[in-house]
Design a protein around this ligand. Structure first.
Ligand SMILES: Cc1ncc(COP(=O)(O)O)c(C=O)c1O
Length: 460
């Protein structure tokens, strides 16, 4: 990696305009250390409010000049990585924003960048207050712990819900609660029809009463229809049951809404209108910053002021209070401004991928509403192993993914999507050359089998 570096910040004496020239970030040798300290002194005179300070916009997400060749190369391999939307890497713009973040202690509530991000997310979601935490697991578990006062009590979730299935048994561990996991009758998402009969309302001492319903949107990339959410919310309200949303990917839903309503994804007010409507039925929501938005760390919890005040106690008890959190929240804030508008393009790429795979004879196992594609190649006469191996052998940089689930993110390239599809198409053509009628019929029965597997695949 290129190490020699200077950062010079020229501050005009008559205006507050900042001109920044980078050759790279400081890797600290003795001489560059002097220069680094000098530039830090200059930074110390800069106001901490990031909103008033335009962060210079590098030409590309990651440039060798700023971040070094190794990281520029890494961006290329990430553009071909379909494992998750959590694997995106911080951009030069994010790291520049981090450099300029406030350096206060957030446990003492003295970090301006963090407080500003919390205020921004509260405003965007139409809730009284917001709190930053390190992960979506933490904001979900904090929400559930804060809601659940005293056992015996129980939470209703979809059987695939992250809060139930993928958070290391946190509901039982931290909240001493039972989870009632439901399988949606429609094979896609929970509705009141599933939830109403499952509510534990009576005074039967054998059963832990339902105190909370926790929904997830998106779940496996599919959008939970707002009409169903409103019906579930009305049911919950009728029985004095709280409603939480694991909105790790609610940004994706908001991006779809914005596109459908022909609003502007760059306009904060439009995002506020859409997010506020989406979250209005919920008492609380967790919104991940490290998935579609591409922040390296973080998730927001939103709710009433009293709820967030209480959740701060639990965050401390979980060991989740962060001291100088500004550089982390500045990267998330930057991602919210600059990466949210990219989500519509991400979704378009996911649709392109699904269409290409379908044209190649694969079965698409779930609706492609946002950034995930679940596919089964057996209907194209291919085993999953052969597809994994062919894409994993591409040179000089392989395409990586986790079997049925393909996740598109804001750093996925169209070139990678097209190469994915081309490779599968070529494999399928080869595999089907000279096939007998009987073998083709076998292909059709594989489609039926794929359909049967649909339910099982839609998890994590
Ligand atoms: C739906 C959903 N909720 C919550 C989380 C937890 O997020 P984190 O990995 O930040 O703990 C994830 C992570 O993938 C997720 O997919």
């Amino acid at each position: 990696m290129h190490c020699s570096s200077t950062i010079s910040i020229l501050r005009s004496s008559t205006t507050t305009t900042l001109k920044t020239r980078f050759t790279a970030f400081p890797y600290i040798s003795t001489r560059s250390h002097q220069r680094y300290i000098h530039s830090c002194r200059r930074f110390a005179t800069i106001p901490t409010n990031t909103n008033t300070m335009p962060v210079p916009q590098p030409k590309a997400d990651i440039t060798a000049e700023v971040s070094g060749q190794e990281n520029a190369d890494r961006l290329f391999s990430i553009s071909r990585d379909f494992r998750s939307d959590t694997i995106t890497i911080p951009t030069d713009g994010q790291l520049l924003a981090a450099l300029r973040a406030s350096r206060g202690d957030d446990v003492y509530k003295e970090d301006a960048t963090t407080t500003e991000l919390e205020a921004r997310v509260a405003r965007l979601t139409g809730k009284e207050a917001a709190m930053f935490a390190v992960s979506g697991t933490m904001t979900n578990q904090l929400a559930i712990r804060t809601h659940m006062k005293q056992p015996p009590h129980s939470v209703i979730t979809d059987y695939r819900a992250h809060v139930h299935k993928m958070e290391a048994g946190g509901i039982a561990m931290f909240s001493q609660a039972t989870t009632h996991q439901l399988v949606p009758k429609n094979g896609r998402h929970l509705t009141v029809e599933d939830i109403e009969p499952a509510l534990q309302l009576g005074d039967n001492i054998h059963i832990a009463p339902t105190r909370l319903i926790s929904l997830e949107n998106t779940l496996s990339g599919t959008i939970l229809p707002q009409s169903d959410i409103l019906e579930i919310a009305a049911l919950a309200k009728k029985h004095d049951i709280l409603l939480h949303l694991d909105g790790a990917r609610i940004w994706n839903v908001a991006a779809v809404d914005i596109e459908q309503k022909r609003l502007d994804p760059h306009n904060e007010q439009d995002l506020q209108t859409v997010l506020t409507d989406l979250l209005a039925p919920f008492d609380t929501a967790s919104l991940c910053l490290s998935k579609g938005l591409g922040a390296p760390i973080g998730s927001m919890l939103v709710g009433t002021k009293a709820f967030i005040d209480r959740a701060r106690w639990f965050r401390k008890a979980f060991g989740g209070g962060i001291r100088q959190s500004g550089s982390i929240t500045a990267m998330a804030d930057y991602a919210l401004t600059h990466h949210f508008p990219r989500l519509a393009g991400t979704h378009a790429l996911a649709k392109r991928l699904a269409k290409g795979l379908e044209d190649a004879g694969c079965t698409i196992l779930a609706d492609v509403d946002t950034n995930m594609v679940f596919f089964d190649p057996t209907s194209a006469g291919l085993s999953m192993d052969s597809v994994v191996s062919a894409l994993g052998s591409l040179q000089p940089v392989p395409i990586t993914f986790m079997r049925e689930r393909l996740v598109v993110h804001h750093q996925t390239s169209q070139h990678a999507v097209d190469e994915f599809v081309d490779t599968v198409q070529q494999l399928a053509q080869k595999a089907n050359q000279g096939k007998t009628l009987k073998e083709k019929q076998q292909g059709e029965s594989d489609v039926a089998e794929a359909d049967l597997r649909k339910k099982a695949v839609l998890g994590y």
